[in-house]
Design a binder for this molecule. Structure first.
Ligand code: SF4
Ligand code: SF4
Length: 431
């Protein structure tokens, strides 16, 4: 995609830069057949074809960048199913983000978005206490307040609040659990680890598994403590300017760390660092970035000195949209999982169907997100897996909440945790 910083006085300069994408759409409707949102609500403006038509109307001056337009444009999972299926190669995902960028530049950005994206996320140290406080208040409100009460009027995300189960925020974030450099005997590579907010705040054990696996595979791991959020939720909301600041900051931090490459364990962070910084935000992020499954199967020769398992564990795998369709990583995690001893891998139907998380989509449109998740559960049920495995903390949170709500016994794990568990203990130099 072209650099979006086009020199135009137009009100919708980002949309204008995408004219070639608009021209490519032949209105065939193939995207409707794969859109999980359209399947749920059968509403044309919520599909890629509908959104392309709306954006085209803005471009032609037939429609304003109105509040109604903003609602339709924001109402998308960014699952990229439409992009994958489109016979004309229309990048509806980029078109939608460009429309959001024009809206933000016109000041159509809510107070909450401004507060979170421009102030809170920027100050990374504030995130753990704020997340802990927000989940505590939310959980307490669920327990003590009746479903119908006047306070509901003040909730930022009122839909389904009474049944939400919030993720447990770690007492000690990942970044405080590890030294800045974890070395090993005769390291073959110096690898930068971009851990991301989900791992740092909710799944520090995933970060520890990453360190164990990387050091076991003869990599020195550099974990810069001043790294900032990748910014995916920020630029996905249309705030490209703040997104660019995050990209530049992370680039400088990892350059200064003099690493050979960066590894990530989150589909969305990986997509951001690997592609979106460059292609969408125009920041030349010239350090190689790999998802951990890609790194282990394609960059280094992953060790397979596994310990003897105790019995058999049944697992299945859910493809994160941003890992699979965003980065084209589908076979790599399966290759790792199928190599592990004591693991029975059962492929679920429609493993690559979106779980309904969609970043902050599930917060804003909870009933619809729940409907999309229901289809995943229908496909999961016949497998009776011990673990649902995936490569994105965002998906992990959404599945965990659903399993807890339904009282299901299944647990959720990141691919790297199963691999770390299969290696002998005493490998983590931090222990
Ligand atoms: S976006 Fe692609 S799949 Fe959808 S209507 Fe246009 S050409 Fe067809
Ligand atoms: S990104 Fe997903 S939810 Fe959004 S229009 Fe495309 S298929 Fe539908």
């Amino acid at each position: 995609m072209k650099n979006l910083k086009v020199d135009t006085a137009s009100k919708h300069k980002h949309i204008a830069s995408q004219e070639d994408q608009l021209l490519k759409c032949m209105k065939c409707g193939t995207c409707l057949s794969v859109c999980p949102l359209y399947a749920e609500i059968r509403y044309e403006p919520a599909s890629a074809r509908g959104r392309v038509a709306l954006i085209e109307a803005v471009k032609l001056g037939k429609l304003d960048l109105s509040e109604a337009f903003r609602k339709n444009i924001n109402f998308c999972l960014n699952c990229k199913s439409c992009v994958e299926a489109c016979p004309s190669g229309v990048r509806a995902d980029d078109l939608i983000l460009c429309a959001r960028a024009d809206l933000v530049e016109l000041g159509k950005f809510t107070f909450l978005e401004r507060l979170i994206f421009r102030h809170l996320i920027k100050r990374g140290r504030l995130l753990p206490p704020v997340a802990r406080w927000a989940t505590f208040v939310g959980t307490l409100a669920n327990k003590i307040l009746p479903k119908k009460n006047p306070l509901t009027l003040f909730l930022p995300f009122p839909d389904g609040w009474k049944e939400r189960i919030y993720p447990k925020i770690a007492k000690k974030p990942f970044r405080k659990r590890v030294p800045e450099v974890v070395t090993t005997k005769n390291p073959k590579m110096r690898v930068g680890y971009f851990y991301g907010c989900g791992t740092n705040l909710v799944y520090p054990e995933v970060g520890e598994a990453m360190v164990k696996v990387l050091t076991h595979n003869d990599c020195e791991v550099v974990i810069p403590k001043n790294q900032v959020c990748c910014g995916t939720s920020i630029y996905n909301s249309g705030d490209f300017k703040t997104g660019i600041k995050h990209a530049r900051k992370n680039l400088k931090i990892f350059k200064d760390a003099q690493v050979d490459c960066i590894v990530v364990n989150c589909g969305s962070c990986g997509l951001t660092l690997k592609k979106e910084y460059q292609e969408l935000l125009g920041v030349d992020f010239d350090i190689p970035v790999y998802d951990i499954s890609e790194f282990l199967t394609e960059v280094i020769d992953m060790k397979s000195d596994f310990r003897t398992p105790n019995g058999e564990t049944v697992i299945t795998y859910h493809d994160s949209c941003h890992l699979n369709r965003g980065q084209g990583i589908k076979s790599e995690p399966r290759k790792i999982l199928m190599e592990l001893p004591g693991i029975k891998f059962v492929e679920m139907k429609e493993a690559d169907r979106c779980c309904g998380g969609g970043g902050s989509f599930h917060l804003k449109y909870y009933p619809i997100s729940k409907g999309i998740m229901r289809k995943k559960l229908d496909n999961l049920e016949p497998i009776d897996a011990d673990f649902l495995v995936t490569g994105c903390p965002g998906c992990m949170m959404r599945f965990e909440e659903t399993f807890r709500q339904k009282g299901l016994k299944q647990k959720v794990k990141n691919t790297i945790q199963l691999l770390a568990d299969s290696y002998p203990d005493d490998e983590n130099p931090n222990k």
